[in-house]
Design a protein around this ligand. Structure first.
Ligand code: NAP
Length: 278
């Protein structure tokens, strides 16, 4: 069992704070006595803590928004939760267009911009950075190459940050699998839903993992959100060929069952599978 620090009075900044995970994580931290501020592209009227409007793809806007959020927290920052992110269909076999660029811009560079703007107060407080990555940072799935690449790059960025700030700042990555949220809507609308590839997990496990990363006595490097998630991370890292075979078999089963029929972005993949099966 992870021993947690008392969060009372801790100052926390959460990105994507009006979204599914961001709101739940912020609320859980407020309930533990932390002072929480958020950044989001579209704050909501009913946000339970102060959320400033900021598009994390805007190089010029991010430093000022982070400074304003830290000022609203009383000039101190103990924990940064890099949670903002987007998904969307982006097969590896098709040239990267606006969809792929946007995912890399938000998920990787947005995280980078916010973190760089928060380094000084985090160093001053000997704080923590928590990256909400994804199981897909480690275990890639087909037809979502931009998302998987952006999350793997996010974890690489976390590794580099740890090397640079590790004397003063703890850096952790959290690896959720699939949780019901609007992030899946555009992928589902393209007929490329991950249902059948990923098992849904509860939001509570994600909140609990982020809290453990933020508040553990000892800095945790990698934090899965379920027991199964921990096993999948270990499998992907230590037995990657077996992980590839499991994903390939699952994909082949979904193609055979017709789950990707009617999805234009999957048409050539489906044709290749049918060709290979002949
Ligand atoms: P969500 O409900 O869509 O929340 C994401 C939030 O980030 C939204 O409020 C969104 O604002 C905001 N955001 C998007 N682009 C932004 C930008 N350019 N600048 C500022 N804010 C921006 O998604 P979620 O499920 O809570 O996901 C949160 C994080 O968990 C993401 O990093 C995601 O990749 C990761 N994750 C999710 C799952 C899952 O299955 N849900 C699994 C693994 C990892 P808008 O609503 O205005 O776009």
């Amino acid at each position: 069992m992870t021993r947690l620090r008392d969060a009372t009075g801790m100052r926390v900044l959460v990105t994507g704070a009006s979204g599914t995970f961001g709101r739940a994580v912020g609320e859980a931290l407020v309930a533990r006595g932390a002072r929480v501020a958020g950044l989001d592209a579209a704050p909501r009227d009913d946000d339970p803590f102060a959320v400033l409007r900021c598009d994390l793809t805007d190089d010029d806007a991010v430093p000022g928004a982070v400074a304003a959020a830290v000022a609203a927290l009383g000039g101190r920052l103990d924990v940064l939760v890099n949670n903002a992110g987007i998904g969307g269909p982006a097969p590896a076999a098709l040239a990267p267009g606006e969809e792929a660029r946007r995912q890399l811009d938000v998920n990787l560079l947005g995280t980078w911009r916010v973190t760089a703007a928060a380094v000084d107060p985090l160093v001053a407080s000997r704080g923590r950075v928590v990256m909400v990555a994804s199981r897909m940072a480690v275990l890639q799935l087909p037809l979502a190459a931009a998302y998987g690449a952006s999350k793997r790059a996010m974890v690489a960025y976390a590794d580099a940050l740890r090397h640079e700030l590790g004397t003063h700042v703890g850096v952790s990555c959290v690896y959720p699998s699939a949780v019901r949220s609007p992030i899946h809507d555009s992928t589902a609308a393209a007929g490329l839903s991950l249902e059948g590839m990923s098992k849904l997990e509860p939001l509570e496990g994600v909140v609990d993992a982020v809290l453990r990363a933020a508040l553990s006595q000892r800095v945790l490097r990698d934090v899965p959100t379920t027991r199964r998630g921990g096993l999948e991370l270990a499998l992907a890292r230590h037995l990657p060929r077996l992980a590839d075979r499991i994903v390939a078999r699952t994909l082949a089963g979904r193609v055979r069952a017709g789950a990707l029929d009617g999805a234009p972005l999957a048409a050539t993949l489906v044709a290749r599978h049918r060709d290979a099966a002949r």
